[in-house]
Ligand binder design. Sequence first.
Ligand code: NAP
Length: 281
Amino acid sequence: MTNGSDSRTDSISQILPWTFFSPDHEKARFWVHYGLVIAGFILAVITYLSQAFKPAPYGKHDNTKSSKCRVPQRIAHVGADGVLGVIGFSLIYFLLGEHFDEAENIVMYCLFELHYLHRGLIHPLITRYSDKTVPLLIPLGTFLPNALYFFINADWIGSTHYYRGYYYDPRFIIGVILFVVGYIINRASDWKLRSLRTKSGEQGYQIPHGLLFNYISCPNYLGEMIEWGGWTILTWSLAGLVWWLFTCATFVARSRHNLQWYREHFIEYPHHRKALIPFLY
Ligand SMILES: NC(=O)c1ccc[n+]([C@@H]2O[C@H](COP(=O)([O-])OP(=O)(O)OC[C@H]3O[C@@H](n4cnc5c(N)ncnc54)[C@H](OP(=O)(O)O)[C@@H]3O)[C@@H](O)[C@H]2O)c1
Protein backbone atom coordinates (compact mmCIF):
# COMPACT_ATOMS: atom_id res chain seq x y z
CA MET A 1 0.00 0.00 0.00
CA THR A 2 1.12 3.56 -0.55
CA ASN A 3 2.23 5.38 2.49
CA GLY A 4 -0.79 7.69 2.80
CA SER A 5 -1.09 10.06 5.69
CA ASP A 6 -4.28 9.94 7.72
CA SER A 7 -4.06 13.57 8.65
CA ARG A 8 -5.17 14.41 5.06
CA THR A 9 -3.74 17.87 5.10
CA ASP A 10 -2.15 17.92 1.64
CA SER A 11 -4.22 18.72 -1.42
CA ILE A 12 -3.66 15.34 -3.14
CA SER A 13 -5.12 13.56 -0.11
CA GLN A 14 -8.22 15.69 -0.41
CA ILE A 15 -8.69 14.74 -4.05
CA LEU A 16 -7.97 11.05 -3.37
CA PRO A 17 -9.42 10.09 0.02
CA TRP A 18 -7.77 6.68 0.01
CA THR A 19 -4.58 4.69 -0.40
CA PHE A 20 -4.45 1.70 -2.74
CA PHE A 21 -1.65 -0.53 -4.05
CA SER A 22 1.23 1.53 -5.37
CA PRO A 23 2.87 0.99 -8.80
CA ASP A 24 6.28 1.20 -7.10
CA HIS A 25 5.82 -1.35 -4.36
CA GLU A 26 3.02 -3.69 -5.42
CA LYS A 27 3.42 -3.56 -9.20
CA ALA A 28 1.58 -6.78 -10.08
CA ARG A 29 -1.44 -6.04 -7.89
CA PHE A 30 -1.61 -2.44 -9.14
CA TRP A 31 -1.41 -3.32 -12.84
CA VAL A 32 -3.79 -6.27 -12.65
CA HIS A 33 -6.37 -3.96 -11.09
CA TYR A 34 -5.93 -1.04 -13.47
CA GLY A 35 -5.49 -3.35 -16.50
CA LEU A 36 -8.92 -4.81 -15.72
CA VAL A 37 -10.33 -1.30 -15.21
CA ILE A 38 -9.20 -0.40 -18.75
CA ALA A 39 -10.79 -3.64 -20.04
CA GLY A 40 -13.98 -2.60 -18.21
CA PHE A 41 -13.98 0.77 -19.96
CA ILE A 42 -13.53 -0.84 -23.40
CA LEU A 43 -16.30 -3.34 -22.66
CA ALA A 44 -18.68 -0.51 -21.70
CA VAL A 45 -18.07 1.21 -25.06
CA ILE A 46 -18.54 -2.06 -27.01
CA THR A 47 -21.73 -2.78 -25.05
CA TYR A 48 -23.23 0.59 -25.94
CA LEU A 49 -22.31 0.28 -29.61
CA SER A 50 -23.79 -3.22 -29.92
CA GLN A 51 -26.95 -2.64 -27.85
CA ALA A 52 -27.79 0.73 -29.40
CA PHE A 53 -28.48 -1.04 -32.69
CA LYS A 54 -29.93 -4.32 -31.44
CA PRO A 55 -31.41 -4.88 -27.99
CA ALA A 56 -30.32 -7.97 -26.03
CA PRO A 57 -32.85 -10.73 -26.96
CA TYR A 58 -34.89 -11.22 -23.80
CA GLY A 59 -38.37 -10.15 -22.66
CA LYS A 60 -40.04 -7.70 -25.09
CA HIS A 61 -37.15 -7.99 -27.53
CA ASP A 62 -36.79 -11.77 -27.56
CA ASN A 63 -37.17 -12.86 -31.17
CA THR A 64 -35.27 -16.13 -30.73
CA LYS A 65 -38.07 -18.24 -29.26
CA SER A 66 -37.60 -21.03 -31.82
CA SER A 67 -33.90 -21.39 -30.95
CA LYS A 68 -32.96 -24.57 -29.09
CA CYS A 69 -30.15 -22.91 -27.20
CA ARG A 70 -32.28 -21.76 -24.26
CA VAL A 71 -31.93 -22.21 -20.52
CA PRO A 72 -34.36 -21.79 -17.57
CA GLN A 73 -34.76 -18.06 -16.96
CA ARG A 74 -34.80 -18.03 -13.13
CA ILE A 75 -31.72 -20.25 -12.85
CA ALA A 76 -29.94 -18.14 -15.49
CA HIS A 77 -30.43 -14.92 -13.46
CA VAL A 78 -29.55 -16.53 -10.13
CA GLY A 79 -26.37 -17.94 -11.69
CA ALA A 80 -25.22 -14.77 -13.42
CA ASP A 81 -26.27 -12.19 -10.82
CA GLY A 82 -26.80 -14.05 -7.54
CA VAL A 83 -23.85 -16.43 -7.47
CA LEU A 84 -21.39 -13.82 -8.69
CA GLY A 85 -22.91 -10.82 -6.91
CA VAL A 86 -23.26 -12.49 -3.53
CA ILE A 87 -20.78 -15.38 -3.32
CA GLY A 88 -18.14 -14.27 -5.87
CA PHE A 89 -18.07 -10.66 -4.65
CA SER A 90 -17.83 -11.73 -0.99
CA LEU A 91 -14.99 -14.19 -1.67
CA ILE A 92 -12.88 -11.53 -3.41
CA TYR A 93 -13.70 -8.93 -0.74
CA PHE A 94 -12.82 -11.12 2.22
CA LEU A 95 -10.06 -13.32 0.78
CA LEU A 96 -8.09 -10.77 -1.27
CA GLY A 97 -8.99 -7.67 0.74
CA GLU A 98 -6.57 -6.21 3.23
CA HIS A 99 -8.98 -3.62 4.64
CA PHE A 100 -12.25 -5.55 4.60
CA ASP A 101 -12.72 -4.99 8.34
CA GLU A 102 -12.68 -1.17 8.21
CA ALA A 103 -15.99 0.56 8.86
CA GLU A 104 -16.24 2.59 5.61
CA ASN A 105 -15.42 -0.51 3.54
CA ILE A 106 -18.01 -2.56 5.39
CA VAL A 107 -20.69 0.05 4.60
CA MET A 108 -19.75 -0.21 0.90
CA TYR A 109 -19.82 -4.00 1.02
CA CYS A 110 -23.26 -3.99 2.70
CA LEU A 111 -24.71 -1.60 0.09
CA PHE A 112 -23.45 -3.75 -2.79
CA GLU A 113 -24.92 -6.85 -1.17
CA LEU A 114 -28.18 -5.05 -0.42
CA HIS A 115 -28.56 -4.68 -4.17
CA TYR A 116 -27.36 -8.12 -5.22
CA LEU A 117 -29.16 -10.16 -2.55
CA HIS A 118 -32.30 -8.76 -4.09
CA ARG A 119 -31.35 -8.60 -7.75
CA GLY A 120 -29.55 -11.95 -7.77
CA LEU A 121 -31.70 -14.08 -5.48
CA ILE A 122 -35.10 -12.55 -4.65
CA HIS A 123 -35.94 -10.78 -7.95
CA PRO A 124 -35.42 -13.82 -10.23
CA LEU A 125 -37.56 -15.97 -7.92
CA ILE A 126 -40.54 -13.61 -7.59
CA THR A 127 -40.63 -12.04 -11.08
CA ARG A 128 -43.55 -13.10 -13.29
CA TYR A 129 -41.58 -13.76 -16.48
CA SER A 130 -43.54 -14.22 -19.69
CA ASP A 131 -41.23 -17.07 -20.67
CA LYS A 132 -39.73 -19.80 -18.52
CA THR A 133 -36.62 -19.86 -20.70
CA VAL A 134 -34.15 -17.35 -22.08
CA PRO A 135 -31.45 -17.62 -24.79
CA LEU A 136 -28.18 -18.96 -23.35
CA LEU A 137 -26.55 -15.80 -24.74
CA ILE A 138 -28.25 -13.74 -21.99
CA PRO A 139 -26.76 -15.40 -18.87
CA LEU A 140 -23.42 -15.70 -20.70
CA GLY A 141 -23.54 -12.03 -21.69
CA THR A 142 -24.30 -11.14 -18.07
CA PHE A 143 -21.94 -13.58 -16.35
CA LEU A 144 -18.74 -12.54 -18.14
CA PRO A 145 -19.05 -8.75 -17.68
CA ASN A 146 -20.29 -9.27 -14.10
CA ALA A 147 -17.19 -11.38 -13.34
CA LEU A 148 -14.96 -8.55 -14.55
CA TYR A 149 -16.76 -5.62 -12.90
CA PHE A 150 -17.53 -7.41 -9.63
CA PHE A 151 -13.90 -8.50 -9.34
CA ILE A 152 -12.48 -5.00 -9.69
CA ASN A 153 -15.08 -3.48 -7.37
CA ALA A 154 -14.65 -6.14 -4.67
CA ASP A 155 -10.87 -5.87 -5.07
CA TRP A 156 -11.13 -2.10 -4.70
CA ILE A 157 -13.32 -1.88 -1.63
CA GLY A 158 -11.54 -4.82 0.03
CA SER A 159 -8.05 -3.44 -0.50
CA THR A 160 -8.45 0.30 -0.19
CA HIS A 161 -7.79 2.22 2.99
CA TYR A 162 -10.04 5.27 3.30
CA TYR A 163 -8.79 8.02 5.56
CA ARG A 164 -10.13 8.11 9.09
CA GLY A 165 -13.25 10.25 9.17
CA TYR A 166 -14.25 9.53 5.55
CA TYR A 167 -17.70 8.98 7.06
CA TYR A 168 -18.11 12.76 7.21
CA ASP A 169 -16.74 13.44 3.73
CA PRO A 170 -19.39 14.85 1.31
CA ARG A 171 -18.46 12.07 -1.16
CA PHE A 172 -19.37 9.42 1.39
CA ILE A 173 -22.61 11.11 2.43
CA ILE A 174 -23.80 12.02 -1.10
CA GLY A 175 -22.79 8.58 -2.42
CA VAL A 176 -24.77 6.72 0.24
CA ILE A 177 -27.83 8.96 -0.21
CA LEU A 178 -27.82 8.51 -4.02
CA PHE A 179 -27.38 4.75 -3.66
CA VAL A 180 -30.34 4.46 -1.29
CA VAL A 181 -32.58 6.77 -3.37
CA GLY A 182 -31.72 4.80 -6.54
CA TYR A 183 -32.34 1.53 -4.75
CA ILE A 184 -35.81 2.65 -3.64
CA ILE A 185 -36.71 3.83 -7.18
CA ASN A 186 -35.42 0.56 -8.66
CA ARG A 187 -37.30 -1.60 -6.17
CA ALA A 188 -40.57 0.35 -6.41
CA SER A 189 -40.49 0.29 -10.23
CA ASP A 190 -39.68 -3.41 -10.50
CA TRP A 191 -42.50 -4.11 -8.04
CA LYS A 192 -44.92 -2.05 -10.12
CA LEU A 193 -43.98 -4.04 -13.25
CA ARG A 194 -44.47 -7.29 -11.38
CA SER A 195 -47.95 -6.22 -10.27
CA LEU A 196 -49.02 -5.78 -13.92
CA ARG A 197 -49.34 -9.57 -14.09
CA THR A 198 -51.44 -11.44 -11.57
CA LYS A 199 -49.75 -14.82 -11.87
CA SER A 200 -46.56 -16.43 -13.10
CA GLY A 201 -46.64 -17.51 -16.73
CA GLU A 202 -48.91 -14.64 -17.81
CA GLN A 203 -47.53 -13.25 -21.05
CA GLY A 204 -49.39 -10.01 -21.73
CA TYR A 205 -48.02 -6.49 -21.47
CA GLN A 206 -49.81 -3.37 -20.24
CA ILE A 207 -48.98 0.32 -20.05
CA PRO A 208 -47.57 0.94 -16.56
CA HIS A 209 -48.93 4.00 -14.72
CA GLY A 210 -47.93 5.75 -11.52
CA LEU A 211 -44.69 6.82 -9.86
CA LEU A 212 -41.96 7.66 -12.37
CA PHE A 213 -43.74 5.56 -15.02
CA ASN A 214 -45.82 8.70 -15.66
CA TYR A 215 -42.70 10.35 -17.07
CA ILE A 216 -40.44 7.61 -18.44
CA SER A 217 -40.64 4.05 -19.77
CA CYS A 218 -37.88 2.57 -17.62
CA PRO A 219 -37.73 3.98 -14.08
CA ASN A 220 -36.27 0.67 -12.88
CA TYR A 221 -33.21 1.37 -15.06
CA LEU A 222 -33.06 5.01 -13.93
CA GLY A 223 -33.09 3.87 -10.29
CA GLU A 224 -30.24 1.44 -10.87
CA MET A 225 -28.27 4.06 -12.79
CA ILE A 226 -28.60 6.44 -9.83
CA GLU A 227 -27.50 3.66 -7.45
CA TRP A 228 -24.24 2.98 -9.29
CA GLY A 229 -23.65 6.70 -9.78
CA GLY A 230 -23.85 6.96 -5.97
CA TRP A 231 -21.51 3.98 -5.69
CA THR A 232 -18.95 5.72 -7.91
CA ILE A 233 -19.03 8.86 -5.77
CA LEU A 234 -18.97 6.87 -2.52
CA THR A 235 -16.01 4.67 -3.50
CA TRP A 236 -14.36 7.52 -5.47
CA SER A 237 -12.82 4.89 -7.72
CA LEU A 238 -12.24 4.10 -11.38
CA ALA A 239 -13.55 0.59 -10.69
CA GLY A 240 -16.88 2.14 -9.66
CA LEU A 241 -16.81 4.54 -12.61
CA VAL A 242 -16.36 1.87 -15.32
CA TRP A 243 -19.10 -0.26 -13.72
CA TRP A 244 -21.42 2.76 -13.77
CA LEU A 245 -20.50 3.44 -17.43
CA PHE A 246 -21.28 -0.17 -18.30
CA THR A 247 -24.71 -0.01 -16.64
CA CYS A 248 -25.40 3.34 -18.37
CA ALA A 249 -24.40 1.77 -21.70
CA THR A 250 -27.02 -0.94 -21.17
CA PHE A 251 -29.78 1.29 -19.81
CA VAL A 252 -29.38 4.19 -22.25
CA ALA A 253 -29.59 1.80 -25.21
CA ARG A 254 -32.29 -0.57 -23.92
CA SER A 255 -34.61 2.13 -22.56
CA ARG A 256 -34.70 3.71 -26.04
CA HIS A 257 -35.71 0.33 -27.56
CA ASN A 258 -38.32 -0.16 -24.82
CA LEU A 259 -39.87 3.26 -25.47
CA GLN A 260 -40.01 2.51 -29.19
CA TRP A 261 -41.56 -0.90 -28.42
CA TYR A 262 -44.31 0.71 -26.28
CA ARG A 263 -45.08 3.26 -29.01
CA GLU A 264 -45.35 0.52 -31.63
CA HIS A 265 -47.55 -1.75 -29.49
CA PHE A 266 -49.85 0.79 -27.76
CA ILE A 267 -51.40 3.62 -29.80
CA GLU A 268 -52.54 5.21 -26.56
CA TYR A 269 -49.02 5.22 -25.04
CA PRO A 270 -48.58 8.75 -23.60
CA HIS A 271 -46.59 10.86 -26.09
CA HIS A 272 -44.83 12.92 -23.46
CA ARG A 273 -43.12 9.94 -21.83
CA LYS A 274 -39.38 9.78 -22.34
CA ALA A 275 -37.19 6.66 -22.19
CA LEU A 276 -34.95 7.08 -19.15
CA ILE A 277 -34.64 10.63 -17.86
CA PRO A 278 -37.83 12.66 -17.24
CA PHE A 279 -38.30 15.53 -19.77
CA LEU A 280 -34.86 14.95 -21.33
CA TYR A 281 -34.19 11.51 -22.82
N1 NAP B 1 -26.81 -3.98 -14.01
C1 NAP B 1 -27.18 -4.18 -15.26
O1 NAP B 1 -26.37 -4.06 -16.18
C2 NAP B 1 -28.63 -4.58 -15.55
C3 NAP B 1 -28.99 -4.91 -16.84
C4 NAP B 1 -30.33 -5.24 -17.09
C5 NAP B 1 -31.25 -5.20 -16.05
N2 NAP B 1 -30.86 -4.87 -14.80
C6 NAP B 1 -31.86 -4.79 -13.71
O2 NAP B 1 -32.62 -5.97 -13.66
C7 NAP B 1 -33.99 -5.68 -13.34
C8 NAP B 1 -34.90 -6.25 -14.45
O3 NAP B 1 -34.47 -5.74 -15.69
P1 NAP B 1 -35.21 -6.15 -17.06
O4 NAP B 1 -34.43 -5.58 -18.19
O5 NAP B 1 -35.56 -7.61 -17.03
O6 NAP B 1 -36.56 -5.30 -16.87
P2 NAP B 1 -37.92 -5.28 -17.69
O7 NAP B 1 -37.70 -5.54 -19.13
O8 NAP B 1 -38.56 -4.01 -17.30
O9 NAP B 1 -38.75 -6.54 -17.12
C9 NAP B 1 -38.92 -6.85 -15.78
C10 NAP B 1 -40.14 -7.78 -15.63
O10 NAP B 1 -41.33 -7.00 -15.82
C11 NAP B 1 -42.07 -7.52 -16.94
N3 NAP B 1 -42.60 -6.37 -17.70
C12 NAP B 1 -41.87 -5.37 -18.25
N4 NAP B 1 -42.69 -4.48 -18.84
C13 NAP B 1 -43.96 -4.95 -18.67
C14 NAP B 1 -45.24 -4.48 -19.07
N5 NAP B 1 -45.38 -3.35 -19.76
N6 NAP B 1 -46.32 -5.22 -18.75
C15 NAP B 1 -46.19 -6.37 -18.02
N7 NAP B 1 -45.00 -6.86 -17.60
C16 NAP B 1 -43.90 -6.17 -17.93
C17 NAP B 1 -41.07 -8.31 -17.78
O11 NAP B 1 -41.78 -9.25 -18.58
P3 NAP B 1 -41.02 -10.27 -19.55
O12 NAP B 1 -40.82 -11.51 -18.71
O13 NAP B 1 -41.94 -10.49 -20.68
O14 NAP B 1 -39.73 -9.64 -19.95
C18 NAP B 1 -40.20 -8.90 -16.69
O15 NAP B 1 -40.82 -10.04 -16.13
C19 NAP B 1 -34.08 -4.16 -13.22
O16 NAP B 1 -34.02 -3.83 -11.86
C20 NAP B 1 -32.84 -3.66 -13.93
O17 NAP B 1 -32.41 -2.43 -13.38
C21 NAP B 1 -29.56 -4.56 -14.53
